[in-house]
Design a protein around this ligand. Structure first.
Ligand code: NDP
Length: 300
């Protein structure tokens, strides 16, 4: 079985930074990603808070991360990790097709979009309902849409959609959490309408979604929309870690100390999976720290 000094799982900002640091320190490194290098960057629209880039598209930044990792000849494998087990000499990492051994592991697998948990949600996925406006938004050009959520991601989605759709509703159940600067931008857009406090109670349509029912107090309204973009936060991707006796936070994120150590010796975590900050710059910083901690662990 192929053996590494460090296996990094997840190639978003945290995983890519870990890979750059580990490779520069001369560690035999494997970076495993189930989808594409870039992680959550691939969903983001314009990024305006990553130092050095006043404004850059998420996809463009992801490409820069990928090229940077490649520059250090890090081995990248596109495959889903199914399981990690602790062995006497390190870890056994089981992917869909391959199995590897590693002396240390950095988990940077990020988060997955939270679902609304309402009737017919799964039925309409890909038929009008999406969790990623930057991926699926272009399919809704010239159509009316609704964005569900009141955080930064929802507002970024709304800004992107407002450029291509005649009408964008922002539906939110409580106070907005998004940065004020985004709220101000959206308020200035004539085709954006806020529906707050409202929640979505029903999705309707034959094959494709064509309207939704929304509720505020006891009042129920119907909105004719072809697209609904759900952006109500994320849940950590920790399913594949079930065989480790890993300490999680009350919200299900991986518990780390200030040096990115988990409670399992040799296993480190970085990025959104730690539930800390959830910003690209923070994920990258944690990724760097996790790689340095892994190197330190391997030395001792
Ligand atoms: P957030 O956790 O910030 O916001 C989630 C939103 O969804 C809240 O408004 C929440 O409302 C609502 N919500 C949660 N559960 C439900 C539900 N079941 N039904 C309806 N509404 C629900 O998530 P984001 O994805 O927006 O952002 C995650 C992190 O990433 C944040 O820290 C954010 O700042 C960061 N981010 C930063 C960006 C930037 O440019 N700086 C860009 C994008 C994300 P309630 O308050 O009522 O729970």
């Amino acid at each position: 079985m192929k053996t590494y000094e460090v296996i990094i799982i997840g190639a978003g900002p945290a995983g890519c930074t870990s890979a750059i640091y580990a490779a520069r320190r001369g560690l035999k490194t494997l970076l495993i990603e189930s989808k594409e290098v870039g992680g959550a960057l691939l969903y983001g629209s314009t990024i305006e808070n990553y130092p050095g880039f006043e404004s850059i598209g998420g996809i463009e930044l992801a490409e820069k991360f990928k090229n940077h990792v490649k520059k250090f000849n890090v081995e990248i494998l596109t495959e889903e990790v199914k399981d990690i087990k602790t062995l006497k000499e390190g870890f056994e990492v089981t992917c869909l097709k391959n199995k590897f051994l590693s002396k240390s592991v950095i988990v940077a697998q990020g988060v997955k979009p939270r679902q609304l948990n309402i009737k017919d949600e799964n039925k309409f996925v890909g038929k009008g309902l999406s969790y990623c406006a930057t991926c699926d938004g272009p399919l809704f050009q010239k159509k009316d849409v609704a964005v569900i959520g009141g955080g930064n991601s929802a507002f970024h989605y709304a800004l992107f959609l407002a450029e291509i759709c005649p009408k964008v509703y922002i539906l939110h159940r409580s106070e907005f959490r998004a940065d004020k600067v985004l709220l101000e931008k959206l308020k200035k857009m004539k085709n954006v309408e806020f529906k707050q406090p409202y929640e979505i109670v029903e999705l309707t349509g034959e094959k494709m979604l064509n309207s939704i029912k929304i509720k505020s107090k006891d009042k129920i309204e119907e909105l004719k929309v072809s697209g609904v973009f759900v952006s109500i936060g994320q849940d950590p991707n920790t399913g594949f870690l079930k065989n480790l006796d890993l300490k999680l936070t009350t919200e299900g994120y991986i518990n780390v100390d200030p040096k990115m150590n988990t409670n399992v010796p040799g296993l480190f975590a970085a990025g959104d999976i730690t539930g800390i900050g959830k910003q690209i710059i923070i994920a990258a910083g944690q990724g760097a720290l996790a790689a340095l901690s892994a190197e330190n662990y391997l030395k001792h």
